[in-house]
Design a protein around this ligand. Structure first.
Ligand code: MN
Length: 167
């Protein structure tokens, strides 16, 4: 049994070593469980547990997920790489999600592109939706995150975006 354990540990080390040093922080265990969902999502969230929970939900659906932990970090990453969608926490240290979204939208106006941005908001307060949309977000998901709501909103936003691009 110990020999088997050793083999498993060895296998894990080998597969870790093979991962390329790119921006992508984590990958789905099954790279393509549902066939067509290969979208790359940037998850911007300062709370580690929320980040982990949302990442697991998205990866289980076959999405690729990269991370940023505040608005400034997100802007830096978005300046370097293209994502199919951004999930943006509203309350974060250094730069909040609303500010980061406004700055990203300004940048995109000059480039003539539009990355879907969905807010992750802790309080479904009256007016929160308006504030998110006013900042340039496409929609929002309330926390605590429920998988059905998260995946549903992500799918809807990707769908709308694809239709807009192809028309
Ligand atoms: Mn937060």
């Amino acid at each position: 049994f110990q020999a088997i354990e050793a083999c498993v540990a060895e296998g894990r080390r080998a597969s870790q070593a093979e991962e390329e040093p790119v921006v992508v922080v984590s990958r789905p265990a099954d790279p393509d469980p549902l066939g067509d969902k290969l979208a790359h999502i940037l998850l911007v969230e300062d709370h580690e547990v929320n980040r982990l929970v949302a990442t697991r939900m998205l990866e289980a659906e076959g999405y690729r997920v990269s991370h940023a932990s505040n608005g400034q970090e997100a802007l830096d990453i978005l300046a370097e790489a293209r994502f199919d969608l951004v999930l943006m926490d509203v309350q974060m240290p250094e730069m909040d999600g609303l500010t980061a979204t406004r700055l990203q939208r300004e940048r995109e106006r000059a480039l003539g592109v539009h990355t879907p941005i969905l807010a992750l908001t802790a309080h479904a307060l009256k007016g929160d939706r308006e504030r998110c949309l006013e900042a340039g977000m496409d929609d929002y998901v309330t926390k605590p995150i429920r998988k059905e709501a998260l995946v549903g909103s992500v799918e809807a936003a990707l769908d709308v975006y694809e239709k807009r691009v192809s028309s």
